[in-house]
Each structure stands twice: as C-alpha cells, then as structure tokens.
Write a protein that binds this ligand. Structure first.
Ligand SMILES: Cc1ncc(COP(=O)(O)O)c(C=O)c1O
Length: 347
C-alpha cells in the first residue's frame, strides 16, 4: 500500500512490484502485430500450455478477450446463454450486442447453472427465434462473490451444449483463483471448454493483459478480431514480461488472498447491521449486505474511515483481497469498519 487507504474495491488496483518492473524493463521486444515480439510469443506458448489449449493470444484486457470469444463463436443475431450477472452480459458496456451483435439469456441463480438450464433455454430452430449458439461459464464468478464453478457441473454443461451443437467459452478472468481454491490445474478446469479467457491484471497483479486460448484455428480467427477491435499492439513484450513474472511469482500466493478474504468475512459477519456468510467465501471476493442500510452511503463513510469498498446494489457491497493488502491491513480495515458499523448502529 502506498496510500493510507486499505483499497478493497477490486483486485485490479494492484501496482507492479519492484521485481515485476525489473522484468518489464529488461523485456526483449519486437512488433507483435508482425508476430515478432519474442516475449509475447513466450507468454502465449506458456499460457496455452497452462490452460491446456493449443494456442493463446495476448490481448489488452479481459473485456477484449471475452468480446473476441463472442465474435469467434457467434454470428450476428445469435443468442448467448450465461449465468446471472455474468461479466460479458452485464459489465462490458453492451459490447456483446454492439460488436458481435448477440443477445444474452440469463440462466440459474447466483452465477451458476447446470446442464438442464442450458437444455431448457435453447430456442426452437424456427424463424421467430434467435439461434442459440454459445454458453459462457464464468469461473470464478465475479458478481456472485468469487464463486468457483464446480468442475463436474462445467463438464455436464459442456456435454449437453455439444449434443445440441452449441460451443462453450469459459470466462476465466480469475481461473488462477479457481485453481488455487480447488487444487485442480487451470488446464483441468478448462479442459472441456472450447475456449477460455484469462487475466493477468487481477489476482496475479500484472498492470494489464489477458489471453484468449483455444484450438489453433480459432485463435487464428481471434488474431484477426483483435486487430479489428484495435487490440493489435506493437512492442508489447514489456507488458507480457509483467504477465510472465506474475505467472512465475504470484500464483502460489493467491491462497494468501483467499485466507485474507475469509478473515475479512469473519470480521464483517461480527459487525452490527452487516450480513456476511464467511462459509460462502471461496476465493478472494467477499460479498456482504446491509439489510437495513444504504450501501452507497456506507461506501462513502468507509472511505472517510480509510477503507475503500464497492457497492453494487442498494444494500449489497463487495470487498476484494489482493497482492497489495496484507493480513495486518485486513485487520486494520476491520477495526475501522467496526467503528463505522457501531456508530451507524447507534445513529
Ligand atoms: C469475470 C470477469 N471477466 C472479465 C473481466 C474484464 O476484465 P478487464 O477489466 O481486463 O477488461 C472482469 C473484470 O473484472 C471480470 O471480473
């Protein structure tokens, strides 16, 4: 932390460490649009291997990786089935409808769903309906509080989707957290999905960058869509070096973020007026509620007490642990939030 705030708004607020900056400063670079940046090429090969896919493409953001997935798998007018509150449907500024021209159909509750939900939502193949084409599973699920999409459930969904001629994309922005939480490798978690996106700029702490990974042919198509979307970057090995450093040094420590999130949830659950269920915290995101309070007002008051949080509905809030908050800072944040909750309860 370089400020007096304990910043728990997101795991995207981290700053590159000295070691990461050093690796970035010494990166070998070339023009990546010509495929000549050796550091990007190394990152793409390494990530494809980690994700168990034939090939991977480095892109500026998780949003672009997801948009490329929609463009690769769908045609305009197609329908995408996905969990409630999924990032590609809710948080990408309407890009799916603007660029890929797809509509979304929300399944299940709390981000998760099962094969039956997919089968029940597929539209009849006749003129009145959109063509149901793609299923997106988000693992871990951001809005649902970092929930891991259970592997057997993913496998059932993919099997059902494939019998109906649908493909499946995994939004694995936080697949590294899912792997740390379950002990399964990212490749195992993503094995059945036709493609996956994964981010380096969240729990892994790199300043930018994501990948889209899948079969070689699909990734070739993805390269063209990246160019169309303006995501072809030049001497971008500087960023890829940060991502490679993150893969080497910041994956193991994700368990620390998960333990810190549990500690935070247990402390929040003990505060007056706060509803938080620590057992629901599976990774680094803590969702909690103020059943009788105003979430936006609490966020403003918490900031005045030196703790940054996010509100995502009238009563619901989110706190995220990451590389730049230590266990001691979590304890400190809890002391500050306890003072706030007590004063709010008295008022
Ligand atoms: C699940 C999920 N997918 C995709 C993204 C998009 O990533 P970016 O912010 O790099 O565009 C996010 C960002 O928080 C996310 O949580």
């Amino acid at each position: 932390m370089t400020s007096n705030f304990v910043d728990l708004r997101s795991d995207t607020v981290t700053r590159p460490t000295a070691g990461m900056r050093e690796a970035m400063a010494h990166a070998e670079v070339g023009d990546d649009v010509y495929g000549e940046d050796s550091t990007v090429n190394r990152l793409e090969e390494r990530t494809a291997d980690l994700l168990g896919k034939e090939a991977a493409l480095f892109v500026p953001s998780g949003t672009m990786a997801n948009q490329i997935a929609l463009l690769c798998h769908c045609e305009r007018g197609d329908e995408v089935l996905t969990g409630e509150g999924s990032h590609c449907m809710l948080y990408e500024s309407g890009a799916g409808s603007a660029w890929a021209g797809v509509g979304f159909w929300s399944l299940g509750r709390g981000g998760l769903f099962d094969a039956d939900d997919v089968l029940a939502a597929i539209k009849p193949r006749e003129n009145h309906f959109a063509r149901t084409r793609l299923v997106v599973v988000e693992n871990t699920h951001n809005r649902a509080g970092g929930r891991v999409f259970p592997l057997p459930q993913v496998e059932r969904i993919v099997a059902a989707a494939h019998t109906q001629g649908l493909t499946v994309h995994m939004d694995g922005a936080r697949i590294w957290n899912a792997a740390a939480a379950t002990g399964s490798s990212p490749a195992v978690l993503a094995a059945s999905a036709d493609s996956i996106s994964a981010c380096f700029s969240k729990g892994l702490g790199a300043p930018a960058g994501s990948v889209f990974a899948g079969p070689r042919e699909l990734v070739l198509r993805a390269r063209r869509f990246r160019k169309m979307l303006g995501g072809g970057m030049r001497q971008v090995g500087i960023l890829a070096a940060g991502a490679l450093y993150a893969l080497d040094h910041h994956r193991e420590r994700l368990a620390v973020d998960h333990a810190n999130a549990r500690l935070l949830a247990e402390g929040l659950a003990a505060l007056p007026g706060v509803l938080c269920v620590p057992e629901r915290v599976e990774t680094n995101i803590v969702n909690f509620e103020l059943p009788a309070g105003d979430a936006a007002r609490f966020v403003a008051a918490a900031a005045a007490h030196g703790v940054r949080l996010s509100a995502f509905s009238a009563h619901a809030l989110r706190a995220v642990t990451h590389l730049d908050v230590s266990r001691a800072e979590i304890s400190d944040a809890l002391v500050r939030l306890a003072a706030l909750a007590r004063s709010t309860a008295r008022a």
